[in-house]
Design a protein around this ligand. Structure first.
Ligand code: CA
Ligand code: CA
Ligand code: CA
Length: 292
């Protein structure tokens, strides 16, 4: 008994010394792999304080999701994507656009579950346009105060001097994706798709701002048309129009031009963006004073 008395503790100490680095290593590995999983997936619902993400999935992940979503072989020419947390729950959404060989446009939004390409489809829809190329997602912004961001698209469609831009709305609960709607001055319901661009005789643009500071954003369409040389100035204008003279100091033959600006502002009324004369007049004032 006596000779063995010290053997046990010594063996235990040696064993502990031998396994100590392995145990520490395993702990470090577990902590690191767990934290990197959380960071990569943006997928930790327990952490409410997590900063709102700028998640970036690998291109391979995005490509896998696009191929599955559109049941097609997508590539950089026929498809584009954009990643953002649209509903602010800490999980990233992938917004996708794809043009098939028949020039038909498909749009989809899914939530990315992990970097292996696992995803939950939110909604998808088809929109037919005469595309010049693949539409791209320009930016996201919540414009109707429901804390879900809308999607601003460059459609890569339109006339020679104009690009069409559209605003899409994701309905997470109803699993629907569609254009934001606005009610025109005549009350017809339209998709929020607007021409943007300029030629010698035209200026088309739209902006989304809260012009009258009432915490509700307006979508404002602005159309400018040049009154060509030798043509009569219009005898009357619509309520949404102004006539503006622009001096042209650098030209020999023409020293002034007249433009007609037509503005339509649509303010969110909790149901739809509806035509609003108050903010229309505010924008016409700004254009007249050269403030826009
Ligand atoms: Ca999300
Ligand atoms: Ca919204
Ligand atoms: Ca407003």
């Amino acid at each position: 008994m006596t000779p063995n008395k010290n053997k046990c503790p010594r063996k235990a100490i040696l064993t502990a010394l031998l396994f100590f680095p392995i145990i520490i290593g395993a702990c470090v590995y577990l902590i690191l792999s767990n934290s990197s999983k959380k960071d990569l997936s943006g997928n930790n619902p327990d952490n409410q304080d997590r900063p709102k993400i700028n998640f970036s999935a690998s291109k391979e992940t995005a490509r896998k999701i696009m191929d599955k979503s559109f049941n097609a072989t997508t590539d950089d020419q026929n498809s584009t994507y954009y990643i953002d947390d649209l509903n602010g729950d800490g999980k990233p959404e992938i917004i996708m656009a794809y043009i098939n060989p028949d020039n038909e446009g498909y749009y989809a939004v899914s939530t990315i579950n992990d970097n292996n390409g696992d995803f939950k489809k939110i909604a998808q829809f088809k929109y037919q346009e005469m595309y010049r190329g693949t539409p791209s997602i320009a930016r996201t912004e919540d414009i109707d105060n429901d804390e879900i961001k809308e999607i601003f698209m460059d459609l890569n469609a339109g006339g020679a001097y104009t690009e069409l831009e559209g605003i899409m709305d994701v309905d997470f609960a109803g699993e629907k994706l569609d254009w934001v709607k606005y009610a025109s001055i005549e009350d017809s319901i339209n998709n929020a798709i607007f021409p943007v661009g300029a030629s010698v005789a035209n200026r088309n643009d739209f902006v989304v701002i809260d012009l009258d500071n009432d915490q509700k954003k307006e979508i404002i369409e602005i159309y400018g048309n040049l009154i060509q040389d030798g043509r009569m100035l219009p005898s009357g204008l619509e309520e949404t129009q102004i006539l503006k003279k622009e001096e042209m100091p650098d030209t020999d033959t023409v020293n002034s031009q007249w433009w007609v600006y037509d503005v339509k502002s649509y303010e969110w009324n909790e149901t739809i963006f509806a035509f609003d004369m108050g903010t229309t007049k505010l924008m016409l004032d700004k254009i007249e004073k050269g403030e826009n």
